[in-house]
Write a protein that binds this ligand. Structure first.
Ligand code: PLP
Length: 287
């Protein structure tokens, strides 16, 4: 089925949608994005994604697109047109397409942001069989730039990290800087020891995950202790459980780190419970 996508105010068949070769995101990765999950035809955590988008735009002095206040309607329209029950909506805003390639930012008066949205259909997204078996991760050096709190489309290294994991027979990679885990290639990273969840504190070193914020809130409500601090790969390997969070994987157990089983090498009960709570509560609050 040909998807209907949104480009700069128009709903078009995907094969008719076009963006200029001078677009700043194409030439300079000068763009930001968000991925919002859809469950039962409704958007999960839309408000959080919208607020983070606004923050990313501000941090990069990128003009807010005129369609900013219509983004919820556009998301809903695409979900409806494309008949998405379970899946994702991808949104990208770029600094726009000036007349020529130039390092200097274009004049925001004449160069308007490019706004693109498309849906991804993922039937049974919340019932992924992988959540029952867990994933294996390897550790790799974190060589990304210093503003990982901004959700930019510079995804080459995360993409390379996933390929390194694949080559090593694993599912994903955790990034390590100065001996401490920052986050996963496209997710936040955690371990559980006893009743305590440990995850890196928010800073410019990691993306401020929307799923992270919700899961830590639910964990505290469930009387679990949360410690936001630096941790090492060895600590996580010695933990009872480990997991990742992201908008598209929710809470996903990690059962092996650099070839070593975490706990008994199967998904732990606490991560499974957090996944259940997150999915239940998010479904209730979905719009
Ligand atoms: N960290 C990185 C580097 C990511 O790319 C992502 C999501 O794409 C996350 C964390 C998780 O963020 P969220 O829960 O908002 O999807």
């Amino acid at each position: 089925m040909t998807r209907t996508v949104y480009v700069n105010g128009e709903y078009l068949p995907e094969n008719e949608a076009k963006v200029s070769i001078f677009d700043r995101a194409f030439l300079m990765a000068d763009g930001v994005y968000e991925v919002t999950s859809v469950l039962d035809g409704k958007l999960i955590d839309f408000d959080g994604h919208s607020k983070r988008l606004e923050r990313s735009l501000n941090e990069l002095d990128m003009p807010k697109p005129e369609a900013f206040d219509e983004l919820l309607d556009i998301h809903r329209e695409l979900v409806k047109i494309n008949e998405i029950q379970d899946g994702m909506v991808y949104l990208q805003v770029t600094r726009g397409a000036p007349d020529d390639r130039d390092f200097v930012f274009p004049d925001p008066e004449t160069c308007k942001p490019t706004v693109v949205l498309f849906t991804q259909n993922k039937p049974g997204l919340a019932d992924s069989p992988v959540a029952k078996t867990g994933i294996k991760v390897i550790s790799i050096e974190d060589v990304r730039w210093g503003r990982r709190d901004i959700k930019t489309v510079q995804l080459l290294y995360p993409s390379m990290g996933k390929m390194m994991a694949k080559k090593a027979g694993a599912d994903d990679a955790w990034l390590v800087e100065d001996g401490f885990v920052t986050e996963g290639t496209s997710n936040n990273a955690y371990y559980i020891k006893g009743n305590k969840i440990v995850t890196r504190a928010l800073s410019k070193d990691i993306l401020h995950g929307i799923t992270r914020a919700a899961v830590l809130r639910f964990a505290r409500e469930a009387q679990m202790e949360v410690e936001e601090r630096n941790f090492t790969i060895e600590e996580a390997q010695d933990a009872d459980e480990a997991f990742i969070t992201s908008a598209s994987t929710f809470v996903m157990p990690v059962v092996e780190i650099d070839g070593k089983p975490v706990g008994d090498g199967t998904p732990g009960t606490r991560a499974a419970r957090l996944r259940e709570i997150y999915l239940d509560e998010s479904r209730k609050a979905a719009i």
